[in-house]
Design a protein. Structure first.
Length: 200
């Protein structure tokens, strides 16, 4: 690749886009259209499978690019929790999550469409939730935010006050692990600095 490699983010997530931009990376965004409801199984496997499917679907139509696909699920008691189905589901989730911890697992798949090489990994971060009251749960779910995100919570939005601490990479909880991205790039013979806006 000449100059800065072209990075394509195979995700509709504004949070993932924001993480990359904050790290000096300006990707193109192409939504994969992969149906997330068709994959079941252990949380690690669900996150990895969906990340790979998203990256490969976009890579098929993105010549001369690096394609990054990601997918996040909350691992609670071994169950993969993505976005809640509806308000009632979100309320039930939070009643189960409050005062406890879960593991946010984000699958990452990076495809170099020039060399036809790819690498896929899962980043895991332990999330400790505050012991919310029923009223706090109802008020938070009422904002609509939990319905739009995996695990029904954020740490970079209205849900921030309800996450007491994390063990591991906080970026991963937002949806994209920057340290893991660096390692995956290195595995493909690239440096994260090549993706900085000033590169090339």
């Amino acid at each position: 690749m000449t100059g800065a490699p072209r990075l394509v983010l195979a995700s509709a997530s504004p949070a993932r886009l924001a993480v990359l931009r904050q790290a000096g990376i300006e990707p193109e965004v192409v939504v994969s259209g992969v149906d997330e409801t068709t994959v079941t199984g252990p949380p690690h496997d669900v996150a990895l499978t969906l990340a790979v499917r998203k990256a490969m679907a976009v890579a098929a139509h993105a010549p001369d690019a690096l394609v990054l696909g990601c997918d996040s699920v909350l691992d609670l008691d071994g169950e993969a929790l993505g976005r809640p189905r509806d308000t009632a589901d979100a309320v039930a989730r939070w009643r189960r999550m409050r005062g406890r911890s879960g593991v946010l697992r984000t699958g990452h798949c990076l495809v170099d469409t020039i060399t036809r090489r790819d690498v896929a990994e899962v980043a895991s971060t332990v999330v400790h939730f505050a012991d919310l009251s029923d009223r706090e749960i109802e008020e938070y779910v009422g904002t609509g935010e939990p319905l739009r995100v995996a695990g029904a919570f954020t740490i970079d939005g209205l849900g921030g006050p309800f996450v007491e601490r994390v063990e591991g990479d906080p970026h991963n909880v937002v949806g994209l692990s920057l340290p893991l991205l660096r390692l995956m790039l290195a595995e493909l013979g690239l440096s994260v600095s090549e993706l900085w806006r000033s590169a090339g």
